[in-house]
Write a protein that binds this ligand. Structure first.
Ligand code: LMR
Length: 335
């Protein structure tokens, strides 16, 4: 009798504990390095809102913007350790993990426009790149746009000769290192969160970035000139810790996968709008001179930068570069 009662009691306790446990929300820490009012920041917040609504609170997404939790390199390490579940780093930041193929996007003047970009990301190349992440315990969930990059400094940059001796901040990419050297500059790797101060104190003289980042980080306060050069592309890869993602209850994972698709469409549309608007907003500050490169100037940049495609072939893998050339050629683009 006692033992039956005892067994019932234990069973009730276990049941109670497990139902209490199952009521604990699944927490997703989503860390990123940019401001909340950038396309990436807004998309992360939208993902939080929709994920929490659609799972009726079974999932809780904590978004940490502005390198609050981790800086560039740390965030990828934190994901490997399972300390953070979702990130959206720039593709350039996968090189140090040995995923050099992602540096293909850093090749100057490789992606001519967003039409080619979409063919690349939404097609076979994008799918194959995502697959590469798995070996690192990462699952790729989507590509988010950041925009074409512009070049800023405290001296006007019109021709490659203007870069001579300038210390230019780059992300941790060997391709960007080669790009800056081809222009005659001295590249310096810095985390995104360190850029403003480095520009302010003269640790570096200039940088390249997308317009929403230039605006929201107020780089225009510490850079006198901004060349609208569109010399390269920068985009994000939304990723999750694979073990975590695969371990989610299937119904939850299905909701989150679908939500990511929708949020990716929002992010890509928003980025387009905000890249356009940022030009006007930066101009309106009156703090920096914004100018476009002339056709002759662009030709001079291309002349020194296009050879970087060849010199970085062995690092990135020729097949990735050729695959993108093929997509561009299909749309009639010539390098
Ligand atoms: C940078 O480091 O310049 C960018 O990748 C930051 C970002 O995430 O947009």
């Amino acid at each position: 009798m006692i033992s039956t009662l005892f067994r019932i009691l234990i069973a009730a306790l276990i049941l109670g504990a497990s139902s209490a446990w199952s009521q604990q929300p699944i927490v997703i820490k989503f860390s990123h390095v940019v401001a909340a009012n950038t396309p990436k920041g807004q998309a992360a917040d939208l993902f939080k809102k929709l994920a929490e609504e659609r799972t009726a609170g079974r999932v809780k997404v904590e978004v940490y913007p502005n390198s609050q939790l981790y800086k560039d390199k740390e965030e990828l390490e934190a994901m490997e350790l399972g300390a953070v579940q979702m990130l959206a780093p720039s593709a350039s930041k996968f090189g140090p993990m040995g995923l050099n193929a992602f540096e293909v996007f850093d090749l100057p003047y490789l992606i001519p426009d967003r039409v080619v970009l979409r063919r690349v990301l939404d097609g076979d190349i994008g799918r194959r790149l995502m697959k590469l992440l798995e070996a690192k315990g990462i699952v790729g969930l989507g590509f988010w746009d950041n925009g074409f990059k512009q070049m800023s400094a405290n001296r006007p940059l019109h021709l490659p000769a203007d870069f001579k001796g300038l210390k230019m901040r780059i992300k941790s990419s060997k391709v960007l290192d080669a790009q800056m050297r081809a222009l005659g500059a001295l590249p310096q790797v810095l985390s995104f969160s360190e850029v403003y101060q480095a520009l302010q104190t003269g640790v570096v003289d200039g940088a390249e970035n997308s317009l929403p980042n230039l605006l929201t980080q107020k780089f225009y306060e510490v850079q006198k000139y901004l060349a609208l050069s569109n010399h390269g592309y920068d985009g994000y890869v939304v990723i999750a810790n694979k073990k975590f993602w695969d371990g989610l209850p299937p119904d939850i994972r299905a909701i989150l996968d679908k939500t990511i698709l929708e949020v990716s469409a929002f992010e890509n549309a928003q980025s387009l709008i905000e890249n356009d608007e940022a030009i006007q907003k930066i101009k309106a500050t009156g703090r920096t001179q914004v100018y476009s490169l002339s056709a002759e100037e662009t030709a001079a940049w291309r002349k020194v930068l296009l050879p970087v495609h060849k010199s970085m072939e062995s690092r990135i893998g020729k097949e990735w570069i050729d695959a993108i050339y093929k997509e561009s050629a299909a749309l009639g683009y010539k390098y």
